[in-house]
Write a protein that binds this ligand. Sequence first.
Ligand code: ADQ
Length: 480
Amino acid sequence: MPAPIVVASNRGPIAFVRGADGSVTAKRGAGGLVTALSGALAASGGLWIASAMTDEDRELAGRGRVDVPGDDASAYSLRYLGFDAGLFDRYYNGWTNRVLWFLHHYLWNLPQTPIFGNDTQDAWDAFVAVNRAFAEAMAEEGGRLGPSTAFLVQDYHLSLAPAMLKELRPGARIAHFSHIPFAGPSYLRILPERFRTALLEGLLGADVVGFHTPAWADRFLLSCRLLDGARVNLRRRTVRWHDREVRVRVNPMGLDVRALSEEAARPEVGRAREELRAWKGDRAMLLRVDRAELSKNILRGFIAFDRFLETHAEWRGRVVFLALLNPSREDIPEYAAYVGECVRAAEFVNERWGSASWRPIDARVRDEYAQTLAAYAHYDALLVNPTLDGMNLVAKEGPTLNTRDGALILSETAGAFQELQRWALPVNPFDVDQTAAEIAEALDMPAEERAARRRGLRGAVRRNPPSRWLASQLSDLGLG
Ligand code: ADQ
């Protein structure tokens, strides 16, 4: 029997939803994380700890452990932590979404934001309380499962939990993995000293601190130099801290190609593929797929497309830009304002270049996953131009499902660039003229080159299955 695994993440692996008949059913979450961890959890008899996010989750939180249904008998357990709604809002929206996300993606507009005041302290206190609840739950489960338990703590929401857990169980084997970038020391100094020190100390409670790319790992190491008493070795990627050696590791998460292909084979995706084929007709298609999110750089994408149409008259009327923007964090004012600006920019381009028979940009701000999977099949070029992105799975999903040897235009600052750069068209996300030039390059690319690049992209994605991500973390912890 492998060592038991306890996973902790803010969002759980499944969403519970109430049907029209009032019964509650479980829907498995998408993404490599769930795939990578589900099998290992089942095999090791471990469990997953997550925040209750919905009313249905909260109902289940009161009942202790919940069985997560598997394809076979290999189910595992999930333990929901229920929080007071106000506390959860201060932790989730107040701290993790409004402070940590902005911090690690360099999203503040420094002349005006951030403004740290009493609200910040309240949000921080809630962040501490939620992290403590996670650490206590992990310690309790570890006590039940035994001393060989491996704790896999996921993402920036739980940056403090590793040190809290280490204090409760000094012998615990703990890995923390950040799915997003990490702010470098200059930007991190925007945070008041008490917060940034606690964040770094929190992460250094883990034995292994993991990131998707060398750039984020190195920024974390450089940031650790802000801590008195931390000895950072950049070459070996270690931090000597309180008589322990913390290893910082690079471990890019892969895509579950089989699960994605199965999802794309569903009948509603097939129907959406037919609709999109008819909608696009003979025109070439540029695609983008994102959460409607500040760091995804949607606005500059539309500005770049405007420049492209300005400088490449031969493409006017012959290409459509489909932007599928999944609504996200709509309660945060910066997001609502940004999405509004993006939509207005798309309208501007449509008015400037469009005609009765041609609408250059179709920006759809809707939650339509089937349509997203369908659109991947049809693009001639996929634009992935985030200003910063921990990994970016869209850059991997597109080439996996595309059927037209479409080209990938990819930000040098997306984590996925590390693995895909040989076959992608690179862009500096801030340079709209370069982005416009790469859109032209992608659409004009000779068929042979397109095919070779897409083979390369698919190969790179297939070479890194999600199981590798998990195996590396366990081996870094001295297991497996
Ligand atoms: P995200 O910022 O959300 O993830 P990304 O990696 O691109 O960014 O993942 C988006 C995912 O959402 C894709 O798998 C996509 O297919 C899916 N999706 C799109 N529309 C959807 C819809 N309507 N409903 C459900 N799913 C939809 C964060 C980090 C990334 C990192 C991932 C994983 O910001 O950098 O790659 O975590 O570690």
